[in-house]
Design a binder for this molecule. Structure first.
Ligand code: M6R
Length: 613
């Protein structure tokens, strides 16, 4: 969703800002803008469309400045257009503000500010913030930082914001509640980012601002941070855990393809240090202190959204099969509003790539407030989810730029597998032989994925057929049912083809009505307990002339003969098949989207991290 970058220091600000905006593009946006300070005046440029449109617009302008703020906007309040793009200016034009998040009480604030004579140039919720700050700054005889703090005390909602002031050109003011904000510390210079992407090129020393804090950054001065009670807080420097290389496409045409191909290494990184190969013991350092709580839990609740929710569904199979404990998997967005029954002996596992998904964070807070133990599985180091859970495990998949999640998903499933194995062993629910077998098989998964990736060209051929359809059905059973859901989600989000995932046996309860000779049915038919049942489901599709694209175990003959296209994947323990069977589906979605001329890395309407409800 929206992205923030800001700079103050001795360097030329504009190139840093525009480069930062490019690095933030992956988050999803529909307009972009920049404000700089020149001769004690704020100069503002905003454009609907791509960052490159803004860049073209600024091409012939004088952009010399040592301080500035810039923003990519993903529309919530007000359509995507030039006026609604950030930054927004105060009435007197002396303050410029960029904002991520939502001001929930903006209407009440807007009405009051209009009554006081403020004019609104946009339809955004954000514009109330800049007028409110201006109003307090002018009327309360306080400095700007204090005006910001006072203004924000009356705001309901979430924000990460940065403010540029023509009257105070040597400082930037930033604040946060609910949306992430980082301050990168350089040599007498500061870089602000809504994540590490626009900062990492310049510094790895960062301060993660905490909720309710307002900070003043000025070159040659110490950062001043105050919390919502006006108490001074000491800045705490941390190391940014991403590398520039992770942010580049390398030799790949798209981030998504790069990230699909990175999966063997991402999974190895997820396992690194967590399997003692000499002793064949699984242990996740981040949850050790809460292991007893987990072992004695009444039940596990897994809450997540989108692809992370699919990983959670696979987690349910893993935990129930191996740990023999009850698991409920919840859409975080539903869970948070359902007044669910949560007890102190429940363990909530929240899964999120970004660690900033608003609904998942709200589910976490709800469970915490009811006394449950909360465990996070998260990819972004230092994210809100990682900070707010009692304990957790990072997935270590590396920065994921493609909006369609791929390597983060397989890394989440890897961590869930390790968690289930560790708990199952400690609880004595799994025989040593099965435990060792699963560990060995898990360790062989990266090599198996390498083999699947060699079929990229063949999958591209299959994509030619799928690219022509309007609909697609994905079928799977058991632990491969969530993979069917995930395959369908990948296809719809990047190729805009309508796709549905179903448990294969459910097909005859409705979706079978859709099947005709134009309908591709992608079936996960690896050799598992329900193989014969899936074979019957394939017959049912064929009897209605549907086209079968199957994912089968290496050496399979039966389903292969029945299929229009069959993709073989190496055999593995049934519980681990999702780690392999999802790979062809990711590649299929990628190639279909390309053939349809879609922007694979930045699909329309989508944001990488959904930080508003
Ligand atoms: O960052 P999170 O894992 O919490 O994000 C959850 C979903 O928004 C995300 O998985 C989304 O569904 C992806 N675009 C799927 O590819």
């Amino acid at each position: 969703m929206c992205g923030i970058v800001a700079y103050i220091g001795p360097k030329a600000a504009y190139p840093i800002l525009i480069n930062g905006l490019r690095r933030l593009e992956y988050r999803g946006y529909d307009s972009a803008g920049v404000a700089i300070i020149q001769d004690h005046n704020i100069v503002l440029y905003k454009r609907r469309g791509k960052v490159s449109d803004l860049e073209d617009y600024c091409m012939d302008k004088d952009m010399a400045a040592c301080a500035g703020i810039a923003h990519t906007r993903w529309a919530t309040h007000g359509e995507p257009n030039d006026e609604n793009a950030h930054p927004h200016l105060s009435e007197d034009g002396k303050l410029a503000l960029i904002h991520n998040g939502i001001v929930e009480n903006y209407l009440v604030l807007k009405q009051e500010l209009m009554r006081r004579g403020y004019t609104f140039r946009s339809n955004t919720d954000t514009e109330v913030l800049v007028h409110l700050i201006e109003d307090i700054y002018k009327n309360e005889q306080v400095d700007l930082a204090e005006a910001v703090r006072l203004a924000l005390s009356g705001v309901v909602g979430t924000y990460a914001l940065a403010i540029l002031s023509a009257e105070n050109p040597g400082q930037l003011i930033v604040a946060k509640r609910g949306s992430p904000l980082l301050i990168g510390v350089g040599d007498n210079e500061y870089f602000i980012g809504s994540d590490g992407a626009p900062i990492v090129e310049y510094t790895k020393q960062v301060i993660y601002l905490k909720d309710g804090e307002v900070a003043v950054v000025s070159p040659h001065r110490e950062i001043v941070i105050k919390n919502s009670e006006n108490e001074t807080k000491r800045p705490y420097l941390e190391k940014l855990e991403i590398s520039l290389e992770q942010l580049e496409k390398g030799n790949f045409d798209h981030y998504m393809l790069k990230e699909i191909f990175e999966q063997p290494n991402a999974i190895k990184d997820s396992m690194r240090g967590r399997i003692n190969t000499q002793k064949n013991v699984v242990s996740l350092g981040g949850i050790i202190e809460y292991e007893e709580k987990m072992l004695n839990a009444h039940r596990f609740i897994i809450a997540a959204c989108g692809t992370s929710w699919h990983a959670g569904l696979i987690g349910e199979y893993l935990f129930e099969s191996l740990v023999r404990m009850p698991v409920e998997v919840e859409y975080a967005s539903e869970f948070r509003y359902r007044n669910p029954v949560i007890n102190e002996d429940d363990v909530l596992i929240v899964i999120s790539q970004s660690g900033e998904t608003a609904d998942t964070l709200a589910a976490l807070e709800l469970a915490k407030s009811r006394g449950a133990t909360t465990i996070g599985i998260c990819n972004v180091v230092g994210s809100t989810l990682a900070r707010n859970t009692h304990a957790g495990s990072y997935t270590h998949a590396g920065h994921e730029t493609g909006v369609a999640s791929t390597k983060a998903f397989t890394a989440q499933v890897t961590v869930l597998t390790l968690m289930a194995l560790g708990l199952a062993r400690k609880k004595g629910k799994i025989a040593l032989s099965q435990y060792y077998q699963l560990i060995n098989d898990l360790e062989s998964i990266p090599g198996k994925i390498e083999k699947i990736l060699t079929q990229n060209d063949y999958i591209k051929e299959i994509a030619q057929f799928v690219a022509q359809t309007k609909n697609a059905i994905y079928l799977g059973r058991g632990v491969n049912f969530p993979v069917a859901l995930e395959g369908a989600l990948k296809l719809k989000e990047i190729s805009y083809i309508h796709a549905e995932g179903y448990p294969a046996a459910e097909m005859k309860h409705g979706p079978i009505a859709l099947i005709d000779e134009a309908m591709p049915v992608i079936v996960l038919a690896t050799e598992q307990e329900t193989y014969e049942k899936v074979v019957s489901n394939i017959q049912e599709v064929k009897a209605r002339k549907g086209k079968i694209i199957s994912i089968v175990s290496q050496g399979d003959k039966l389903v292969k003969e029945m299929s229009d296209y069959a993709i073989e994947i190496p055999r593995t323990e049934e519980l681990l098949t999702p780690l392999a069977s999802c790979i062809p589906l990711q590649l299929l979605a990628y190639h279909v989207a390309l053939l349809r001329g879609c922007d694979v890395d930045k699909p329309r309407n989508l944001a990488k991290s959904v930080s508003v409800e």
